[in-house]
Design a protein. Structure first.
Length: 230
């Protein structure tokens, strides 16, 4: 399973081969699309595996950066078309929950990803009988509107981005406040999903968008600054 994740500032690629997971990542890259393919080629070459030998190609489907999720989806589709492989889309917030669980063994996780523009993407999941169940589906809101159901481990870079809003809550935090989606967890979740449900044809792979607007206008930025100053 080759996995690609570019929904946030961290670009990552992972390969799950015969139970062994290897990955590579780059932070702060100007253009994820320029580095993902070379990273994937290095992982495959190091493992001695060709793309056509993979069972599928997975990607972090979103929500996340508009450009980032499009990049991951487009590159994945191109690779899958060329190698005639199925595609496995994996939700980015679920990948964050998986990463939190691997770090803390938490069974109830609230993932909070910085969506910029004063908002966050968030969702809540519960791990039961080796399966993740959705408690609260992925949504977009202000940090003040985030409300987990019951007790949960809370993780994600949204906590740090909007620290003032989240500091009032007595939540159990994963000690990785800068946590973002990573291809390693996308690969593990995709392998499980492929065995359970199979993948989708490359042409049917789609990003998950929760926001149509990707930037504030100049007037909106000035109004926002004035509100914060007040």
């Amino acid at each position: 399973m080759l996995a690609i994740e570019t929904s946030a500032e961290l670009a990552s690629v992972a390969l799950l081969h015969e139970g062994v997971l290897t990955s590579d990542q780059a932070s702060g890259a100007v253009t994820h699309s320029q580095i993902i393919l070379p990273m994937a080629q290095r992982l495959l070459a190091t493992a001695g595996v060709s793309l056509s030998q993979c069972d599928a190609v997975a990607f972090g489907a979103g929500p996340g950066s508009f450009t980032g999720v499009r990049t991951a989806c487009g590159i994945t589709q191109g690779l899958a078309f060329g190698a005639r492989l199925p595609v496995v889309p994996v939700g980015t917030l679920l990948a964050m929950a998986q990463r939190c669980r691997e770090h803390t063994r938490a069974e109830n996780v609230l993932s909070v990803l910085d969506a910029r523009m004063g908002e966050v993407y968030w969702a809540q999941y519960r791990f039961v009988s080796d399966e993740w169940q959705i408690v609260m589906p992925p949504m977009l809101s202000s940090a003040d509107a985030v409300a987990p159901v019951g007790a949960a481990h809370v993780c994600g870079n949204g906590l740090r981005a909007y620290e003032q809003a989240f500091s009032q809550h007595d939540w159990t935090r994963c000690d990785m406040d800068d946590l973002v989606p990573h291809a390693a967890q996308v690969a593990r979740l995709a392998a499980h999903a492929l065995a359970r449900d199979g993948g989708v044809p490359a042409r049917d792979a789609e990003p998950i968008y929760l926001r149509n607007k990707v930037a504030l206008t100049t007037i909106e930025r000035l109004e926002k600054a004035a509100r914060e100053a007040a």
